[in-house]
Design a protein around this ligand. Structure first.
Ligand code: ZN
Length: 310
């Protein structure tokens, strides 16, 4: 039976680029192979950015090549611009993800462009994709969609206007990211409902953060209004946590546990997923690993969704 939700693992990209240490390439490969073995079917493995800025990602092309050698999953790379897209497409990534900020203040601070000016960069990436790798997919992830540390409130109309512009530019899907961990479930329901109403089946993933403890609640709210792709990170690695003890990104193990316990098939084997923390810990000694499910263990006689449906 095919999974009912797609868990898109972002640890090797979002996670590793947020920690100070650099995981050696061989360790990255072992970790990625363990994530594949657990049944994950989409993974963001690298950022194509100058190694000067992010030495953790200097081996992006080699890591993509390794991930591509494992069958049956979508290998994604984050690219900030056309130059990064060129390198990622040449490395053979199946899908590119481009962050576009909905907050004018955040966008100016990061890329010195307005959100709508960034849509031109996305158009340039799409043209390059058509030329170099027409089968590759391009996703836009709207960052600061639920609030911004610089600007505070990000008007929902700004988010929707940007999403429509990106969809019209030709991206395959548009996701919403709670970059700063400010979202609440009512807001998540409202915004994803509006997103689907505006751009239909181009409405994409929910990328939630657990900064204030609402990561899973926000994922469930998104699920309730029809979202079926969720970004998360093994052991909650990355996502710039501000609160000690809280993870930044939603913890993949807890997210998979929630869905499987609800009877919603993820296609992921929880035991193998928890085992994938081993190679992560080996490659990043001393880095805190988050997750309530791995710490508590699975409940007695726990029945994953697959078995419950059979
Ligand atoms: Zn994140």
């Amino acid at each position: 039976m095919s999974p009912e939700v797609l868990i898109s693992e972002v640890g090797p990209r979002d996670g590793l680029q947020s920690v100070a240490a650099t995981m050696p390439t061989e360790h990255k490969k072992r970790w990625i192979a363990a994530l594949h073995a657990a049944g994950l079917r989409e993974i963001e493995v690298a950022s194509f950015v100058p190694a000067k800025l992010l030495p953790q990602m200097a081996d992006a092309a080699e890591v993509v090549a390794h991930a591509l050698s494992l069958p049956g999953w979508t290998v994604m790379a984050l690219v900030p611009n056309r130059k990064g897209a060129e390198a990622a497409l040449k490395a053979g990534a199946h899908k590119l993800t481009l962050p576009v900020s909905a907050s004018a203040a955040h966008s100016q601070a990061n890329v010195r462009k307005s959100p709508l000016e960034m849509v031109d960069e996305v158009r340039a990436v799409l043209a390059l994709r058509d030329e170099l790798a027409p089968r590759a997919k391009v996703e836009a992830g709207i960052s600061t969609a639920f609030g911004c540390t610089l600007q505070g409130v990000v008007p929902e109309d700004d988010v929707l206007r940007l999403a429509v512009a990106l969809a019209e530019a030709g991206v395959d899907d548009v996701g919403l990211s709670d970059t700063t961990g400010m979202a609440n479930p009512a807001q998540v329901r409202r915004l994803f409902r509006r997103l689907a109403a505006e751009i239909g089946d181009k409405a994409g993933a929910a990328h939630m953060h657990n900064t204030r403890g609402l990561g899973l609640a926000n994922c469930l709210a998104a699920y309730d209004v029809g979202v079926r792709t969720f970004d998360s990170s093994l052991a909650g690695l990355g996502g710039c946590p501000y609160a000690p003890g809280a993870s930044g990104n939603v913890v993949t193990e807890d997210l998979v546990f929630m869905f499987e316990a609800m009877g919603v098939r993820t296609g992921v084997d929880l035991g193998k997923l928890i085992a994938a923390r081993g190679p992560l810990a080996a490659g990043l000694p001393g880095e805190p690993l988050h997750g309530m499910t791995p710490e508590s263990g699975l409940p007695k006689n726990f029945t994953p969704a697959e078995a419950a449906h059979a």
